[in-house]
Design a protein around this ligand. Structure first.
Ligand SMILES: [Zn+2]
Length: 168
């Protein structure tokens, strides 16, 4: 019994120290999507391909890195529950350094400008750039590669079956 308690305490502690470094709690996120259905399946099926998800007037606008956008109506339940961080989400599976093929979620808002208005542009080769401050980040790990910004705001993801949940 004592061993089990100690193991639980350890896993909680290591999880928290990890989240302090990697995951952001600054803006509230609560989101879910079925990864077997378009347009979200692109992010799950093709490593290195990141989609952006924005919310506006009861709909989600999902844009792929080729620039194609799809609107998805929110259910009443989703409309009540979903929180989209600062400016929306970037979803995908990094193709590099991602042995477990995890889904990653970043905020679509620029972490340097830190206002909803300055959304990032996502390129087909897996980078995000801000047209306002001209910083550039790799979506492999969210770190800044051109400029001196903090990393992208990153959020925890869970996948159960085909259901993706993003939250903090
Ligand atoms: Zn910026």
């Amino acid at each position: 019994m004592a061993i089990a308690v100690a193991a639980v305490a350890f896993s909680v502690q290591s999880c928290e120290s990890n989240s302090y470094k990697v995951f952001s709690n600054k803006y509230r996120v609560q989101f879910s999507a079925d990864l077997s259905l378009p347009p979200f399946n692109q992010a799950a099926d093709t490593p290195g391909r990141f989609i952006t998800v924005r919310r506006f007037a009861g709909k989600l606008t999902v844009t792929d890195p080729d620039g194609n956008s799809t609107d998805v109506e929110l259910t009443r339940q989703q409309d009540m529950v979903f929180q989209m961080g600062l400016a929306g989400l970037i979803l995908g599976k990094p193709a590099l350094d991602n042995d477990r093929m995890e889904m990653f979620a970043y905020d679509l808002g620029c972490p340097e400008c830190d206002v909803e208005l300055y959304r990032l542009s996502v390129s087909i080769d897996g980078f995000a750039t801000c047209e306002h401050c001209h910083n550039k980040w790799t979506l492999t790990d969210g770190f800044c590669v051109t400029g001196e910004s903090r990393p992208l705001y990153r959020y925890r993801t869970y996948v159960s079956g085909q259901q993706l949940t993003v939250s903090n």
